[in-house]
Design a protein. Sequence first.
Length: 148
Amino acid sequence: MDVDEPVTAAQPTVEDESASLRREFDQGRDQYLRLLADLDNFRRRSATEHEIRALSSGSSDRGFYEGVAATYRLLRSALREAGAKPVESEGRVFDPTVHEAVPTVPPDGLEPGMIAHEVRRGWRLGDTLLRPAQVVVTTAEEPADRWR
């Protein structure tokens, strides 16, 4: 190409090529960062799943259970020292501000809207709810022909 020759619309300019390469680079970097975040999330889920399986594996090792129990006692002690208190649940009326209803069950001797079972303990620190309690709530029995 001659220096005096005018640039036509069909020939890309250096700025156009630079912008195109910058877009490709940005797309590649964004994809890399998303994959890195996905990998990090996968590692966390794997570690959590591994811990859960270790606790539910039914090990007959007495030392294992004593270690888990000691860790649990230390955790509860640390929570108490920090001022955290468990959310009271079982046998109480469902309160959506501190409870999260997981499934519902028929009343089975309890009034509708009562908590039949606590699935996961909730915690509060002073007036702040750290984690709502996951609970099983009783519901009124619906007539079989309700939707007919």
